[in-house]
Design a protein around this ligand. Structure first.
Ligand SMILES: C[C@@](CO)(OP(=O)(O)O)[C@H](O)COP(=O)(O)OP(=O)(O)OC[C@H]1O[C@@H](n2ccc(N)nc2=O)[C@H](O)[C@@H]1O
Ligand SMILES: Nc1ncnc2c1ncn2[C@@H]1O[C@H](COP(=O)(O)OP(=O)(O)O)[C@@H](O)[C@H]1O
Length: 284
């Protein structure tokens, strides 16, 4: 009897509602203080457990990332190696999130793969153990595994659950692929924002320390942000390129989307403090 396919595992995008860079560590990574919130725009994954250890990925992003580099297969392989699980999986990815946009799509795909296969393979690692595996693959992965909106410190692995408002966002994805590594290596990146207490951070205006540099280097980001600021308080997420404007009502965000210049790509999504992955995990 062939194993059934376990369908509709969501991999949500994230926004950095603020992102402060406090300094550079000896290993080259940067100390951050950031606020992660999910949005209800997701990649979708299906999984079928197999008896052989092979890991197979079918996706609509083929050719963009070599399988050996795909975070989905790297995550599945890490779980096999950590647990000694002898079986494998066939995985289907419906890629919907813009790549390299600061929305964490690849990181989220990896997190959903770890959470889903930990259940389907019955390896039953604790969340903290899965987050440790994820951290080795990317700084953004632990927050997706824990699945709650969080104030994050360190490189993004020290998480404290928070419950900010869940507004509607108009997200614009400029036609620019911003390399996270390149931004963090730029000598002009500010790296000296003082560490502040979470209460102070949550009550002051929110900003992204990477924004000025990326806006100066990528005219498409500057143009998208300039347009969006006419409609709502707006800023860049992560190291970019995506920018987001915040609206109280969905109708306001949709009205702005209707006026988006034809050369820009955008979508409306709502902030989510509980990841849809957690909801899927609790409703197998
Ligand atoms: C900046 C953030 C903020 O959420 O998001 P994105 O813009 O990528 O979405 C993340 O910290 C990104 O995490 P992630 O996207 O996993 O980055 P990684 O692949 O781990 O790192 C890519 C490269 O960026 C640099 N890097 C990353 C994170 C960090 N705290 N300090 C760094 O210096 C390192 O040079 C690293 O090799
Ligand atoms: N499944 C995947 N989906 C998206 N990007 C992936 C995936 N696997 C590997 N990558 C690589 O990881 C990089 C960063 O992915 P992502 O987490 O989407 O970054 P960002 O947070 O900047 O959007 C991509 O540019 C791509 O080269």
């Amino acid at each position: 009897m062939p194993a059934a396919i376990s369908r509709n595992w969501p991999a949500p995008a994230k926004l950095n509602l603020f992102l402060h860079i406090n300094g550079r560590r000896a290993d080259g990574y940067h100390e951050l203080q950031t606020l992660f919130q999910f949005i209800d725009c997701c990649d979708m994954l299906d999984f079928k457990v197999t008896e052989t250890p092979e890991l197979i990925l079918h996706s609509n992003m083929s050719g963009v990332v070599a399988d050996s580099d795909n975070l989905i297969l790297r995550a599945a392989k890490s779980l096999q190696q950590t647990t000694g699980f002898k079986g494998g999986a066939e995985i289907w990815l419906d890629k919907r999130l813009p790549m390299g946009g600061g929305l964490g799509g690849g990181s989220s795909d990896a997190a959903t793969t770890l959470v889903a296969l930990n259940t389907l393979w019955h390896t039953q690692l604790l969340t903290e153990e899965l987050a440790r595996i994820g951290l080795k693959l990317g700084a953004d992965i632990p927050v997706f595994i824990h699945g709650f909106a969080a104030f994050a410190e360190g490189v993004g692995e020290r998480l404290q659950a928070v419950n900010p408002s869940e507004p509607w966002y108009l997200v614009i994805a400029p036609d620019a692929h911003v390399s996270t590594a390149e931004v963090f290596q730029d000598p002009l990146l500010p790296r000296d924002t003082p560490k502040l207490a979470i209460d102070t951070l949550m009550s002051q205006p929110w900003a992204n320390d990477c924004q000025k540099l990326v806006v100066s280097k990528y005219p498409q980001v500057a143009k998208a942000l300039g347009w969006l600021l006419e409609y709502a308080p707006s800023r860049m997420t992560g190291t970019g390129a995506c920018v987001f404007g915040e609206f109280t009502q969905q109708q306001q965000a949709l009205a702005a989307l209707a006026k988006l210049p034809s050369e820009m790509q955008g979508f409306v999504a709502q902030g989510m403090n509980i990841s849809p992955l957690i909801t899927r995990l609790n409703h197998p």
